[in-house]
Write a new protein. Sequence first.
Lengths: 287, 287
Amino acid sequence: MHERHPTAQVVQVHDRIFLVDCGEGTQMQMSRFKIRRNKISHIFISHLHGDHYFGLAGLLSSYALNGRTEDLWLYAPAPLQQILELQFQAANAVLPYPLHFVALQGEQDLYEDKRLVISCFEVDHRVPCWGFLFREKKKPLHLVGEKLKEYAIPSSFYRQLKEGADYITKEGFIIKNEWVTEAPSPSLSYAYCADTAYMESLAGKLKGVTLLYHETTYLAASQEKAFSRGHSTTVEAASLAAKAGVKRLLIGHYSSRYEKLDEFLEECRPVFRDTSLAIEGVTYLVS
Amino acid sequence: MHERHPTAQVVQVHDRIFLVDCGEGTQMQMSRFKIRRNKISHIFISHLHGDHYFGLAGLLSSYALNGRTEDLWLYAPAPLQQILELQFQAANAVLPYPLHFVALQGEQDLYEDKRLVISCFEVDHRVPCWGFLFREKKKPLHLVGEKLKEYAIPSSFYRQLKEGADYITKEGFIIKNEWVTEAPSPSLSYAYCADTAYMESLAGKLKGVTLLYHETTYLAASQEKAFSRGHSTTVEAASLAAKAGVKRLLIGHYSSRYEKLDEFLEECRPVFRDTSLAIEGVTYLVS
């Protein structure tokens, strides 16, 4: 509606890209916006309403047609596994790549590499539904080159310094870690809250997140409708952002009843100033 | 690929419109091309490869969201029923309209109204796959006004005249039907041959069809590949059109390996002159 497509987000962390939700037409949008879909190895599906996953079977089929061989991990509500299996079976298709299905349950870590942890948490929608939290791990301390020289610390000890250790010289003097290091750049985080009614308990879980994506299906006047349908309003999303003390708020998932989106911003900003509208094809920096 | 979408066709017969196949993005294409989707009550799915049905669940969901209450008939390979049921179940969705699922099997009539019969027939693809034949019924004879007057035939007998009866006057004279009627306009027909390898036996079944849609996934040079993948080449489609003595041929379902389509026409026309390329958004008259 109004030229808006169903939900899909690509989250890039360093050189990795992750796909979060995959509504109908996601493949075509990825071509349009020059997303390198072959770099995606981990796909996260929040819930099984069609506007969040009806593009997935097509994407998985295209990977097969294009001869993908790299492993693919799919984190999704459990019933999706059987749906996909029936679809592949009906198409007489054998995927040429390993597809690892991980059924979401409760709150858990889903993915970890040396710099990043991705976890899921339950939200409050009409069907089982999860949000996803991307969190950079604590970064190593930053070494101050001239101080290292001044105290003649051997490079073999740098790794320990980065982790916070003090250095003890041969003579037994203690070179305190804080004399030769600086705080690292902050660990960034991104939370995707999927489709959810207002849920105050998220504020604790998402404390201090760098960028919070929260749905605002409705304007504030439709609060009752939002509640009854498991969705949120502008003011609710902004209140949560304020309570959680996040740095920035990104809103989206606007009902098709609204053609223009200006009011969404106008209603959020008095409650939480640093709010942006999620717009198709636009990249938002987590910083 | 090359801005081409997966398969979907809308067939309009008098004031009814029918949807044949429903690849991913069909809904969006229908909006783009101003198709009145709410007028569709019968959907035909040829086979369960994703490029022919991955847009269906989205369309059925949209009908539900928009509060459709009219009956919908879905003619499709049997396994689709369970796939859709699981999808609705996972979405906790109850359709507000009756959805009648008719599993395709063999060759059979699927739909009939006073002017039209739609039937399916098996084609030869990698999974069970059907084509669809839309055939206008034999039309009533055309009455010639001045002749009716000349022979003073009462209007109460017109219906019988249209069906071919002779009229016998009170005096016992026989007014032969052919003196007061003319042949009706010809009954038109449209055949959709889905995805199929070349299948000579179709020529008999599709004898004299007005417009034949036949896939041409490949150019003639790739005949072996076409055969092994259950598809057809340009020359094969054109040969079938010639053998069946159809009036016109419409080709489509071009492999994404081909960017330009000129050669498809160039290869067909020496074999069957009245060939057209199926192009997105274009309407083809069956006449």
